[in-house]
Ligand binder design. Structure first.
Ligand SMILES: Cc1cc2nc3c(=O)[nH]c(=O)nc-3n(C[C@H](O)[C@H](O)[C@H](O)COP(=O)(O)O)c2cc1C
Length: 138
């Protein structure tokens, strides 16, 4: 089976509360369980970076819903590819809060990643963490 794996970044709404963040995460976990989607959501206090993977139609549907969601803006797809394996199969959506500077974000995210993660995926995630950190420091 072919899966679509897509990564995007977005800017959280200025007034996004902790409670709203929890509800984004809760909804994501339950809906993704139904839709066969898995992935990782990083939040650094201002930006989101999310990796979503699953059946291509389910991923495309989710992207349409995400584009309409007022809890974030500046939605930008950073990477999109097909793969015959899932990377985050055990996670319907794992939320990791990271600090905003790259080095601290790196420290926060590395221990949370699955140990068996292929090196090219680890590099891809860290490259994107660097990107959101740069955006914040501008
Ligand atoms: C940063 C962020 C990440 C989200 N991640 C997911 C997700 O992984 N899966 C999901 O179904 N909804 C996710 N949502 C919520 C969707 O945008 C949408 O509200 C939800 O899928 C319900 O769709 P509906 O409002 O059109 O019914 C996320 C929202 C935000 C702001």
């Amino acid at each position: 089976m072919q899966f679509k794996s897509l990564t995007y970044t977005s800017l959280a709404a200025l007034d996004l509360s902790d409670e709203q963040l929890r509800s984004v995460h809760d909804d994501a976990q339950s809906l993704n369980g139904i839709d066969g989607i898995s992935g990782l959501l990083l939040f650094n206090g201002t930006h989101f970076l999310q990796w979503i993977e699953g059946p291509p139609e389910a991923v495309d549907d989710l992207v349409e819903r995400l584009r309409r969601d007022p809890r974030h803006s500046a939605f930008e797809i950073r990477d999109e590819r097909m793969s015959d394996e899932r990377i985050f199969g055990g996670w319907s959506m794992k939320l990791v809060r990271v600090r905003s500077s790259y080095h601290l974000a790196h420290e926060d995210v590395v221990p949370q990643l699955p140990a068996a993660l292929p090196d090219h995926v680890r590099e891809r995630i860290l490259g994107m963490v660097e990107k959101i950190s740069e955006d914040v420091e501008l």
